[in-house]
Structure formats: C-alpha cells, structure tokens
Write a protein that binds this ligand. Structure first.
Ligand code: SF4
Ligand code: SF4
Ligand code: SF4
Length: 411
C-alpha cells in the first residue's frame, strides 16, 4: 500500500513515530516534511500530523484531492492539541475537520502507532475501554476537603480526583502511554466524549462542593455573586484552561482568547501555565528535543532553589540525554529498528514518550526494580517567585507559580 505521511507545524513527535510503520508492513511509505513543496501525486493513504493554521488549507486541499483516504494522526491535527493553548493569545490553530472532509481521527498526544496501523489496514477499530476501567485506582466520589497541585501520597488505591489531585481519566479512553502508571494523573489526551473539558470541569467542580468559595451579595441580596477576594477553589486551580482544555481548546466551544501574544507559538503555550505542569507540557510538545527542553526547565528551577539532586537522578538524566541524541541520528537515517529500540529505552526511564516520570528533584516512580527508589524519588517542592535560566530557556514565575514570561531560543 502506498502511504504518505505529512508533517505540518510544531512538534514532530507524531511524525517521527510513523517511522514505525516501516516495520512489519509492506507499505510503500514516504515522509514529507515540507507539504507546501509537495508536487501532488496520487496516493492511497495520506496521514496528516502536526498542528494546522489557516494558511495550510490550500496544501491540505491538494493532499485531499490526490488521496483515496486521509487520516488525521495525533491531537494537534485532530483537535488542535497542546499547541492550541496559544489560541488564548490570538492564534488560530485549527482542527483538520475545519479545512477538509476526511476519513478518520487517531487521537492522542502522542498518537498511538498501533491504532494508526490498524486504520490504515482498514481493520475494525478495537473497542477501547474508558481509562477509569483499566485504572487500578477506584473512585469513591466523596466530597474533597482540599485540592492539591502536586502529588505526595502513599495511597495507591483511591482515585486521584477523590484525593484532591485533578485527573482527567473520567473523560479519557484507555491508552498506551498511561501517565497514571507513573504517579501522574491523566491530562485527557484521548477524550471519549465531546467537549470533554467542560464535562471534566463540571465533574471536578461537583467534588469540590465542600471547599470554601468566596461569595458576596449584590444589591439583590444573598450570595449571588462570586467575591473579588481569592478563595480556596481559585487558589487551588489557578490555570483552568491549561488543566481542563490542554488538548481540546479549539473544539471546546469556548470563546476566543483575548490575551496579547507574548512571543513565539511555543512561548505562548507555556505562558499562563503552572510551574509544576511545565515538565508535562514540555515532555509533550518538545518534539525530538522534548527531553533536553524538559530538563532545562527543571534544572534551572532546581539550581536556583537549591533542590537537591541525587547522583542516581543525574545518571538517569544523562542516559536520557544520550538517548535523545541517538534518537536524532536514527531519525536522520530513517532507521525504524533503531528508533524502536531507543524509544523503548527512553520509556524505561521516562515512563513514556510524554516523559511523565520526569519531575523536579527526581523521578516519580521506580525505574529499575533493583534500585533503591529513595535515591532518586521526587518530592513536592515549594513555589518560589523568580526568574529562572538554563542555556536557551529563561522564564519568570509569579508568587502563585504561574509562568508570566518565557523565552526559548532554538538549540
Ligand atoms: S504535541 Fe502531541 S499530538 Fe502534537 S505532534 Fe507532538 S506528540 Fe503529537
Ligand atoms: S479518574 Fe484517574 S485516578 Fe480516577 S479512576 Fe479514572 S483514571 Fe484512575
Ligand atoms: S493517561 Fe496520559 S496518555 Fe493516557 S489518556 Fe491520559 S494524558 Fe493521555
């Protein structure tokens, strides 16, 4: 079968993952990094990756007229994905369905290659369970006493939401990357319902029924207005957009954002996010540089705030950086076997290709069963206002730990 994979904008992790299509298949596959220069030849299957902008429409139409089937692969293409958080700052990152009619979506950040392969082969899509059904934790649906931004808990049985840590598993499908297995609540990259952010917001809001929210009376009397003063709910959830709409903003039905753009697309995505969420976001959208970008963000904060790092942590981080360099070489050579081996090594340390296991101070779950996990276990850290710099990355956070400004230079 003739398959062409097109990379549009932003992170190239989904595009890179399609290298695996070369393994165990007889596809005649071509990778196209510059769709705007593509000549437009007839093809059986076109796979679209990366986020899309209005200027891409003309190139997408050319792909459409030349292809028997078009498949959107990864959240950036299907729903806008994490880059579309920049729409809050006036960008117009747009899902593929707004530009052309096409056949099928493979959601996920990272999109799952097994799912892509089965839709290319026209196999009946497997019926995925909800993430909560396959999660070892169980919901109690008790009201919360508090909402926490960082996890430190020995409870391995209770649903994260019931413990006060926001988990979007309620609205997600089962997935390969399984952040929940690495002490990381789900961020909802594989939604199973329409307008998943709104639904999750309602669900979590219900659990917060016992938590103080400041209300005031207007001239009509009673508590008919939210107070100007900050309350426990607003203090606990300072970034509603990033936490509930991380992958789905353009499909959420929310009105357009009005915040002034503050730099590149990438910089706009990071601005307004919470310090403890930065590793999870850079792990998603840094493309083939995800590991180094994530470590730069983490290490600048650790160094400035004297967060102690064990020798074991340093060693695992060095291994990851080396794997990142090896991965780039495998990608340059379009060597799918090497790619597979190296990504499986990355997964052993970082948990998954979203790097869910990497955090400030160390790792969230045990990497090797012979290790003493206490040697490299991360712990909750204090939010400290300030400007943090490491090589090509510099960012400023406010007293609530929200990124006010960030500069990311190439390299
Ligand atoms: S940000 Fe996520 S969905 Fe978008 S290309 Fe990267 S891995 Fe794929
Ligand atoms: S919401 Fe999250 S922690 Fe709770 S059961 Fe679902 S996946 Fe597990
Ligand atoms: S656990 Fe992680 S990979 Fe799975 S759906 Fe949630 S965010 Fe996506």
């Amino acid at each position: 079968m003739d398959v062409k994979v097109f990379q549009f904008n932003g992170c190239n992790k989904c595009f890179n993952e399609t290298l695996l299509l070369k393994l165990d298949s007889n596809y005649k596959i071509q990778f196209i990094k510059e769709p705007q220069n593509w000549k437009g030849v007839k093809t059986e299957v076109a796979v679209i990756t990366g986020y899309l902008l209005p200027d891409d429409k003309v190139h997408l139409e050319k792909i459409k007229v030349n292809s028997e089937r078009v498949i959107a692969y990864g959240d950036c293409t299907t729903m806008g994905g994490v880059f579309a958080l920049a729409n809050q700052n006036g960008y117009e990152i747009t899902p593929l369905k707004e530009f052309i009619d096409y056949q099928i979506n493979v959601n996920g950040c990272l999109g799952e290659i097994e799912e892509l392969k089965s839709v290319i082969d026209r196999k009946e899509p497997s019926k995925l369970k909800s993430l909560c059904e396959v999660c070892a934790r169980k919901a109690t649906c008790e009201y919360l006493d508090a909402v926490y931004r960082q996890i430190e808990s020995d409870d391995k049985e209770t649903c994260y939401n019931d413990l006060g840590f926001l988990c979007n598993g309620f609205i997600a499908k089962e997935c390969k990357e399984r952040c929940i297995n690495y002490n990381t609540p789900c961020r909802g990259c594989k939604p199973m319902v329409e307008r998943s952010g709104i639904r999750m917001l309602g669900m979590f809001g219900t659990l917060m029924g016992n938590i103080e929210i400041v209300t005031e009376h207007s001239e009509k009397g009673a508590t008919d207005k939210l107070g100007d003063e900050e309350d426990d709910v607003t203090r606990s959830l300072p970034d509603i957009l990033g936490n509930f709409f991380r992958f789905t903003l353009p499909t959420s039905g929310l009105p357009k954002g009005r915040i002034k753009s503050s730099g590149t697309t990438l910089e706009n995505v990071f601005t307004g996010r919470l310090i403890e969420e930065l590793p999870l976001i850079s792990g998603l959208l840094g493309g083939s540089k995800s590991i180094s970008l994530t470590l730069k963000i983490i290490e600048s904060y650790e160094e400035a705030n004297q967060i102690e790092i064990s020798e074991r942590t340093k060693k695992y981080r060095e291994e990851l950086l080396k794997l990142e360099t090896d991965l780039e070489k495998a990608l340059e050579n379009e060597d799918s076997k090497q790619y597979k081996e190296i990504t499986s090594e990355i997964r052993k340390i970082a948990g998954n290709m979203n790097l869910s296991n990497i955090f400030f101070g160390g790792f969230k779950s045990q990497i090797n069963e012979n290790d003493n996990f206490d040697d490299y276990k991360s712990h909750i850290f204090e939010v400290v206002e300030g400007t943090y710099k490491h090589g090509s990355v510099e960012y400023t956070i406010d007293p609530n730990g929200i990124v006010k400004e960030i500069k990311i230079k190439e390299g």
